[in-house]
Design a protein around this ligand. Structure first.
Ligand code: XMP
Length: 523
């Protein structure tokens, strides 16, 4: 892989994505990884990310000069560029002038390897206080700016390169080309990491991992578990069984749709649908605390799932009547790369988010995990899904939380309240789809304030009904979000229809809070 050394959280993921857009596989490693650990991964190239510190600040993450002498091509960006200069015999100093935002590059050397055939002047995105004032011995300065006497340098014989700006952000004119020049010319890598090659590679890996064993996949209806299931199905065929738990907290007709879409999307994999509505609703009776609800839903999920698993194994004769398994059981999960990175990049062990996917798996679960999407970002998963022929409805499905509408009813969750929310939610989604907004917004929770009532008037009569909240958001990764500025006409139609068609609701409100401080879901 190409390794991106993370010196500051905002940058590394973006760089990794840009490298992948150049069709080269990349992974992120923390700056605390030792040179030995980094080299043990046999990187074909290394990119040092930007970061918030000054290289001379106390406790600033350092760069081991040995990493620059290992013969692996290295590209330093911003902080990474400065730390390269500092680790060799260059000079980094505060010049008194800071460059933030769009900056004009001058004297771009269009004969250099890194900036080959680029305009001698161009706009790039900078964000730095310190500057490299002298390049290390043997390095050629290949661009300058008014505040950066050394805005880029290179030493092609040693395969070492660096730029002061952020080529990974869209505001840098020729940024992607800088990365590609480094990867293709500087490191001599051939671009061949494509959706098709990902599928081939993963299918092969799954075959090796599962061997002659059987696997089950906890299907949620979302894109991640669907793509994971399709990959495993391609690898081991009917030795895969999918399990979908209908907990009664899904949206209108959603379970039927998921079942139907499943038939269209996998080449005949088996699906077991467990109707667990009563079990979940009776467990939730009387509970109003959000965390309690989440824990109960998680627990009931596991119980249902374990029962289904035992049934499958017994049926296959893998488990005897006393419950002893004769063979290893595999559990397929749609864990994504950001989940892995967020939990510290650990190998092997299940991480918090994958537990979260099925509501939390117990420690002593006797499964070995199969996570074919562990290396992918969401948009890459969508591309794989399309390539595998999954229907658009699944590939572009908006996120929906595992605990479902259970965390969108503020107050006790009951069947009646769920039905009210389901009807209101269906109208909101119908109108947003009709307005063509589905891909524009990340998701739009519809929340029922079940313990709040307000006075209204309809026809000539007084009403005393419940408010619902529309929570449309835009987001890239759900870590942060902004409230979506839906057109007034769409909001108006949703409001009119809900108050007309759902008798229990007499007020529709809009949540205009970003995340932070609000979260996307209300509970
Ligand atoms: P919050 O509310 O934390 O949500 O801003 C961030 C994203 O995660 C989804 N979400 C969940 N997904 N199980 C899930 O599979 C959960 O328990 C869960 N809670 C929140 C939420 O819909 C949003 O996309």
């Amino acid at each position: 892989p190409v390794l991106v050394v993370d010196f500051g959280a905002q940058y590394a993921q973006l760089i990794a994505r840009r490298v992948r857009e150049a069709q080269v596989y990349s992974e992120i490693v923390p700056h605390t990884a030792s040179t030995a650990d980094i080299l043990a991964k046999e990187p074909r190239a290394i990119i040092l990310s930007g970061g918030p510190s000054s290289v001379y600040a106390e406790g600033a993450p350092g760069l081991d000069p040995a990493l620059l002498e290992a013969g692996v091509p290295v590209l330093g960006l911003c902080y990474g560029f400065q730390s390269m200069a500092a680790a060799l015999d260059g000079t980094v100093a505060p010049t008194g002038v800071r460059e933030y935002g769009a900056t004009r590059l001058e004297a771009v050397d269009s004969a250099s390897e890194l900036l080959r055939e680029q305009d001698t002047e161009q706009n790039v995105w900078m964000s730095h206080g310190d500057s490299v004032t002298a390049a290390p011995t043997g390095f050629r300065v290949v661009a300058t700016s008014s505040a950066s006497p050394v805005a880029a340098f290179e030493h092609p014989e040693k395969h070492l390169y660096g730029v002061q700006w952020h080529p990974e952000v869209g505001h840098s004119d020729r940024g992607q080309e800088v990365l590609e020049n480094f990867l293709y010319r500087g490191a001599g890598i051939t671009p061949e990491w494509t959706t098709g090659s990902v599928i081939e590679e993963q299918v092969e890996r799954i075959r090796t991992q599962i061997g002659e064993g059987t696997a089950i996949c906890a299907l949620s209806g979302g894109v991640d578990s669907a793509v994971a299931a399709a990959l495993v199905q391609k690898a081991i065929g009917d030795r895969l069984t999918c399990v979908y738990v209908d907990h009664g907290l899904m949206r209108l007709n959603e379970s039927e749709q998921i079942e139907k879409a499943f038939g269209e999307s996998t080449g005949g994999a088996k699906l077991i649908v467990v109707d667990a509505e009563e079990q979940f609703l009776s467990a939730l009776a009387g509970v109003t605390d959000p965390e309690k609800k989440r824990k109960i839903i998680g627990r009931e999920f596991i119980r249902t799932f374990e029962r289904a698993q035992a049934d499958i194994l017994r049926e296959r004769g893998v488990i005897d009547a006393a419950g002893h398994a004769e063979a290893k059981a595999f559990l397929v999960q749609g864990t994504l790369y950001p989940d892995v990175v967020e939990s510290g990049g650990g190998e092997g062990a299940a991480n918090i988010k994958s537990h979260h996917n099925v509501g939390g798996l117990p420690e002593d679960l006797s499964f070995e995990l199969v996570e074919p999407l562990r290396a992918l970002f969401k948009d890459e998963v969508r591309a794989v899904g399309s390539e595998l022929g999954l229907p658009d409805g699944i590939v572009w499905r908006q996120p929906f939380p595992g605990p479902g509408l259970g965390i969108r009813i503020i107050g006790e969750v009951t069947k009646d309240r769920l039905d009210v929310l389901r009807r209101a939610d269906a109208i909101a989604r119908e109108e947003m789809t009709a307005a063509g907004l589905d891909r524009e917004i990340w998701q739009c929770p519809v929340v029922l304030l079940a313990d709040v009532r307000s006075v209204g008037v309809q026809g000539d009569g007084r009403t005393y009904g419940h408010p619902i909240v529309l929570r449309p958001v835009t987001s890239d990764d759900a870590m942060t979000a902004d409230w979506a500025k839906l057109p007034y006409e769409v909001l108006g139609r949703i409001s009119t229809r809900i108050t007309n068609e759902v008798a229990e609701i007499n007020r529709v409100t809009l949540d205009v809070t970003s995340k932070p401080p609000g979260t996307i879901e209300w509970e």
